[in-house]
Structure formats: structure tokens, C-alpha cells
Design a protein around this ligand. Structure first.
Ligand SMILES: [Zn+2]
Length: 173
């Protein structure tokens, strides 16, 4: 079967504290594009439909999550004191905070996307594996995570963290 690729746009904000960049320590936003590539787990054979049947299914679930859970979120490290502010003063906004083990860099986001999409694909029992996640952070800056460069089994993320779960979660509050 052929590989599949699809792209979605979303707005986000983040700030990086551990990175020690004065410019990135203040909350700021990006309009990003995420492109995912799925490889089939079986070879193409001619049939009546000649199409990868679950394509629309996997695309819809992914785009629902991007549109309804990821778009317009604030990405923070779990240790960021801003989380304490929101807990105390604006608890409703916690639903729009995506949490990260360490700084919420684009590299970390791409790895989390890789895990989340893999969880969706496995949950639906679809005949694909995630082969690549590409995030265009700005028109001149793209981060790419591939199956060759990223190993979920040794990535160091806590076993119960949200990226592993095949649900709409973006944090562990
Ligand atoms: Zn940034």
C-alpha cells in the first residue's frame, strides 16, 4: 500500500525556561503546520476499491485532535511556575495547557505528536506505522522526527504521560 501524508495548521504559544534563551523565556506564539507520514504495514494489492480503506478514519481522528485539543494551547514545562498561577487564578484555562517533561521545544512537540498519532493508529487497529512527523515552526524552520531518529521505547517519557494515551488529552492534570 502507498504511504500517506497529511498536513494541518494550528496556533500555539510556549516559553522555554531550561534552554536559557532570554528571547524564548517570555510566552510567545507560532502558527505551525504539522505534516505526518504514515507507512503501510502491508504491500499494495489491486482490489475493488484500490484505496487504503482507513485513510479517512486516521486522518479524521488526527485532525479532530489537532483542531479541538491542540489549536490555541499554551505549551509549558511541568515545572513552569505559570501552571501554579493558572491553577490558582484561572483553573478553567488548564484545559488549554499542554504539558511537557522538560522544555516545550518544537523537538519535544514533534516527539509527543509521534507518540500520540502512534497511539491513535494502534487503538484503531489500522495497518500503518508512523514514519515521520514534520513541524514547520516558521517558514524557515522545520523540525523532523522520524522512525529512524526517534525510538519510543527509549525516549525517557514517563509511562503514564498523555502522549501515550489514545484520547484527546494534552496534559496530565
Ligand atoms: Zn517559540
Amino acid at each position: 500500500m502507498p504511504a500517506l501524508e497529511f498536513t494541518r495548521r494550528y496556533a500555539m504559544a510556549h516559553r522555554l525556561l531550561a534552554t536559557k534563551s532570554a528571547k524564548c523565556a517570555i510566552p510567545h506564539g507560532h502558527n505551525e503546520f504539522v505534516t505526518v507520514r504514515l507507512d503501510p504495514t502491508s504491500r499494495f494489492t489491486f482490489s475493488d476499491t484500490n484505496s487504503v480503506a482507513p485513510f479517512e478514519q486516521v486522518k479524521k481522528r488526527w485532525h479532530d485532535w489537532i483542531d479541538n485539543a491542540v489549536d490555541h494551547t499554551l505549551h509549558l514545562a511541568e515545572t513552569d511556575p505559570l501552571i501554579g498561577y493558572f491553577r490558582e487564578h484561572e483553573p478553567k484555562q488548564l484545559a488549554q495547557i499542554m504539558t511537557f517533561q522538560g522544555d516545550p521545544t518544537t523537538e519535544a512537540l514533534a516527539a509527543c505528536f509521534f507518540l500520540k498519532l502512534s497511539a491513535f493508529v494502534a487503538d484503531d487497529g489500522l495497518p500503518f506505522t508512523v514514519s515521520e512527523i514534520r513541524i514547520e515552526e516558521t517558514p524557515t524552520n522545520t523540525v523532523i522526527v522520524t522512525r529512524e531518529s526517534f525510538d519510543p521505547a527509549s525516549c525517557g517519557l514517563r509511562a503514564n504521560a498523555w502522549p501515550w494515551r489514545a484520547d484527546m488529552s494534552i496534559n496530565d492534570f
